[in-house]
Design a protein around this ligand. Structure first.
Ligand code: NI
Length: 191
């Protein structure tokens, strides 16, 4: 969901169009969604999607300064995984920062506030742009009146299969119960 988080400068028309186009492609499943990535985790280690094969992946794009939507959805993911009990070991939750300039050392403390298995990933701005494009996730900086910025971004919860294939997405504000149901159903499905 693209929602303006602050009363900052309006987004340029070209960027708005590209956001609309990406959301459209995502909604209607046009083109491929997801793909290989190698990024840096909250402990400074390089991590690749291939190491999560055999588990479902939850992929969520956001940033640690996000005032509202990101923490709410990450908490819903955390609660859904807790509801699964030991079956949660079959799911790898991943948070990818779309604010690599600010999400450096703060990333470790941030992900620790959610599920114990949550991995926080960051990288160079180019690496982040590439993986966000592959997932059809849109994000744009919106300057605020204090000389800083917030980021408008797609806030969907991606579900990827045991071979890394795209299974679908759940909208922002999906409840922990609904998320747990979707995860249980996909965990029960053998590939
Ligand atoms: Ni957010």
């Amino acid at each position: 969901m693209i929602a303006s988080l602050s009363g900052g400068a309006p987004i340029a028309a070209a960027e708005r169009q590209s956001a609309a186009q990406m959301m459209d492609d995502l909604m209607y499943g046009r083109g491929s969604i997801g793909g290989p990535f190698t990024l840096t985790d909250q402990n400074g280690r390089r991590r690749s999607d291939t190491e999560f094969r055999g588990r479902l992946m939850i992929v969520y794009f956001g940033y640690t300064w996000c005032p509202d939507v990101c923490p709410t959805d990450l908490m819903a993911i955390t609660q859904a995984l807790e509801r699964l009990g030991s079956a949660a070991d079959g799911v790898q939750p991943i948070f990818i920062s779309i604010d690599p300039e600010r999400d450096t050392s703060v990333l470790a403390d941030y992900v620790a506030a959610f599920h114990r298995n949550l991995i926080g990933l960051t990288g160079s701005p180019e690496e982040i742009q590439r993986v966000a494009d592959a997932y059809k996730t849109f994000y744009v900086k919106v300057p605020d009146e204090r000389g800083g910025y917030s980021i408008d971004h797609t806030g969907v919860i991606y579900l990827m299969g045991r071979s890394g294939e795209y299974l679908g997405f759940m909208p922002p504000q999906t409840s922990p119960d609904r998320l747990a149901d979707v995860l249980r159903k996909n965990l029960a499905h053998d590939e």
